[in-house]
Design a protein around this ligand. Structure first.
Ligand code: FAD
Length: 494
């Protein structure tokens, strides 16, 4: 008796995360003889460097967060699974993820972990409710609502004859690139965009304060560009408070403490946090399982080839790793992920390893306002319009998808050449939904029923009866139109 031939096992790669590392790693495997499963907790890829533009109404969420399914639609060997990874079993080689309390498991032969980093409040997580960070689309939309909402509340307060100063004071904590970009944009909003929109207040009354415990702005850009950026911000009307450490944040304001012990309270309803970064907790989990070191920011120490000690089949890339003081920037994640993909492909083809991962620094830049930026490329230091044009070119190249590039370019023309902002819409839910969700014990999972419970609930609310009513209503609408009875009095109908 003959037996059916066994289907050969195709190498399974699981990629955790759909950010720079996850997406570029998956794409780099498109020609490899593997199946790739990308597990990520959002259905989009996020271009984080432009989040501040969503938060200040320049771009809409779609332009910086295209759906990963669409990006990978033509890559036949890749599939996308929505889920928050909660466990990685290194012995059984299985990744477990969850959505709304439902669990999924995916086995792997090779694994690329690219779960990024989140905001760090340096142990003061209670600040988050009053000073959201800037890491996700939710953060950006919430901040957009809070910023534009503060002007609205100030207009109402002024109409009533009440105080407006605390409503028109905006505090940005952290003078790194994100903080500098946010402070510059809020100042432009107040002094240009909204200048003619209000009647009871003048938006130009707004104070924008950039606070940092460090003695300079943009430390990674060096002393000269840091000083230049500070001057540019001050020209825009931003107050730059350096050496000022935030010690308390509440609904109505925050407190800063200087080195000499002096404390100052700022009354400000709108605060944003761009001060610290903490690697994804999956790093700590992997460190515990493998004995790999973990640094203070929760980043995991990896081998020079980006693999985990004792697990050559597991690569960790991007913001999660601690290796040779590599910075937490997009290029480290992209290059690391491409390296890991090439290593996996090479092993399957029996090729020797590429040797240790080498990062190629393509430079860094930060935008301060329209037509003003600072940039570092090798030893070159650029400022002003040239740096801004460079920023424009680089971001156009790296925004994912042709249609997003065209659309972003149009929105930039609206904002930079004109005065307007194309995406100022805000809703009550954007501002308050996260706080409401956080009050539920199980988060969003508390709002959905178990599969069995759903069936029972359906009978209770009488779905069947409701359907009959809707069908009858639709039939009556059709009859009225077909019989020409609309607008005809009942007693005049034929
Ligand atoms: C506001 C801001 C501005 C920035 N500006 C710049 C800039 O101008 N230039 C620059 O080079 N860099 C910039 N960066 C840094 C850059 O975005 C990061 O270095 C880069 O995104 C790191 O890539 P990554 O793949 O490691 O992580 P990310 O891109 O953060 O991706 C992490 C992915 O993992 C997913 N994920 C997280 N946890 C889980 C889980 N448990 N299960 C499943 N999925 C999970 C996330 O949803 C996400 O898809 C900026 C960052 C921010 C926040």
């Amino acid at each position: 008796m003959s037996t059916a031939p066994e289907t050969p096992h195709r190498h399974q790669v699981v990629v955790i995360g759909s950010g720079f590392g996850g997406l570029f790693g998956t794409k780099a495997l498109r020609r490899s003889d593997v199946d790739v499963t990308m597990v990520a907790r959002t259905t989009h890829h996020l271009f984080q460097p432009l989040l501040y533009q969503v938060a200040t109404g320049i771009l809409s969420a779609g332009e910086i967060a295209p759906p990963t399914r669409e990006i990978l639609a033509k890559q036949d060997n890749a599939r996308v699974l929505l889920g928050e990874v909660t466990d990685i079993d290194l012995e059984r080689r299985v990744v477990t993820s969850q959505v709304l309390g439902r669990e999924t498991t995916v086995p792997y032969d090779s694994l690329i972990v690219a779960a990024g980093a989140s905001q760090s409040y340096f142990g003061n997580d209670q600040f988050a409710e009053f000073a959201p960070g800037m890491k996700s689309i939710d953060d950006a939309l919430e901040l957009r609502g809070r910023i534009f909402g503060a002007f609205e509340m100030a207009e109402l307060a002024a109409t009533r004859g009440d105080e407006v100063e605390h409503l028109l004071t905006f505090v940005v904590v952290g003078a790194g690139p994100t903080g500098v970009e946010m402070a510059g944009q809020i100042a432009e909003l107040a002094h240009r965009t909204l200048k003619r929109d209000f009647r009871a207040i003048s938006s130009t009354q707004a104070r924008v304060i950039l606070v940092d415990a460090a003695p300079q702005v943009l430390p990674p850009f060096g002393a000269k560009l840091g000083e230049k950026s500070k001057q540019e911000l001050e020209k825009l009307g931003v107050e730059v408070w350096l050496g000022a450490m935030v010690t308390d944040v509440d609904e109505r304001g925050l407190e800063v403490k200087y080195k000499d012990g002096k404390t100052v309270r700022i009354e400000a309803v709108t605060k944003m946090w761009a001060a610290g970064v903490q690697a994804n907790p999956l790093g700590a989990m992997l460190a515990e399982k493998t004995g790999a070191p973990l640094d203070r920011a929760g980043r995991i120490g990896v081998n020079p080839d980006l693999t985990l000690p004792g697990h050559p089949e597991v690569f960790v890339v991007g913001d999660m790793i601690s290796l040779d003081n590599l910075p937490g920037v997009a290029q480290v994640a992209i290059q690391g992920a491409k390296y890991a993909a090439k290593e996996i492909d090479g092993r399957l083809k029996g090729k020797p390893s590429q040797g240790p991962f080498k990062y190629f620094d393509k430079g860094s830049m930060a935008i301060i306002s329209r037509f003003r930026a600072v940039a570092m490329v090798g030893k070159l230091r650029l400022t002003g319009v040239i740096a801004w044009l460079m920023w424009l070119a680089v971001h156009l190249v790296y925004i994912t998808g042709f249609k997003n590039r065209v659309s972003a370019l149009m929105k930039w023309a609206i904002s930079f050449l004109g005065r307007g902002r194309a995406s100022r819409t805000m809703t009550e839910q954007q501002i308050f939904a996260r706080a409401a969700l956080s009050r539920l014990k199980g988060g969003a999972a508390d709002l959905v029923s178990e599969p069995g419970a759903f069936e029972a609930a359906r009978d209770l609310v009488g779905v069947t009866r409701r359907r009959e009513e809707l069908e009858a209503q639709a039939a009556e609408e059709v009859r009225l139109t077909d019989a020409g009875e609309r607008g005809v009095k009942v007693d005049q109908r034929a």
